[in-house]
Design a protein around this ligand. Structure first.
Ligand code: BEZ
Length: 211
């Protein structure tokens, strides 16, 4: 059965471009982003890994460790990283997992046989500090992911984890957030000193608590 939100992200030991990794140990108390790409030395993937490397500071400030994955070898990853660094003007400093036997890809359901029998699709999992799966998105090989959106959803997930708020459609950092239904308006007024705007009993906004 495939992974669902709230499940513990399966642990694994694997070789990587940075040497052997135990996934849970590597994450420690950080959040994690584990994302697969179809293959090394492919154009869309090159731009995705370059973009990820360029966002190093953004992931670090959110306490997020990033790991990429494909079914290629660690030696292949290391050769490809040279091209990524050269063409995308970055330094890839996060591990790329070498999943030659596809054991990680299978545990995370990253191979979709009707898309490709052999290659991983563009799956991306966000894992909380509690090692639980908070979000996953899946793109086909031909569509590069939007890493600005990945940061946006991390911000939303971390607000929910830390402040019991939700985020409305198209929310962006700094905009008002939504009081979750589990909190009564009375409790919300106490919990959110910046104020609670009640539009309907079930639709209540408060300024972003950590701003
Ligand atoms: C790419 O990463 O560029 C790619 C991989 C497989 C199919 C299409 C594009």
């Amino acid at each position: 059965m495939s992974l669902r939100l709230g499940d513990i992200a399966p642990n694994f030991q694997a070789d990587s471009s940075l040497g052997p990794i135990d996934f849970h140990e590597y994450l420690g108390s950080s959040w994690g982003v584990l994302f697969s790409h179809p293959a090394d030395f492919t154009p869309v993937c090159t731009t995705e890994l370059g973009r990820t490397a360029s966002l190093h500071e953004e992931f670090a400030k959110r306490n997020v460790k990033v790991l990429a994955l494909s079914v290629d070898s660690a030696a292949s990853h290391l050769n490809w990283i040279k091209d990524i660094n050269e063409t995308q003007h970055v330094t890839v400093d996060f591990p790329i997992i070498a999943d030659l036997d596809r054991s990680v890809a299978n545990a995370y359901d990253m191979i979709h046989p009707n898309a490709s029998e052999t290659f991983t699709v563009r799956s991306l999992f966000i894992i909380g500090a509690d090692k639980k799966v908070k979000l996953f998105i899946t793109y086909p090989a031909s569509t590069g992911r939007n890493f600005t959106e990945v940061l946006r959803v991390i911000d939303s997930l971390q607000l929910t984890a830390n402040y019991s708020v939700a985020t409305p459609a198209d929310w962006k950092e700094g905009e008002d957030v939504i009081v979750v239904p589990a909190i009564s308006t009375e409790a919300a007024i106490e919990k959110f000193p910046k104020g609670v705007k009640v539009i309907k009993p079930y639709l209540r906004y408060t300024p972003q608590p950590n701003k």
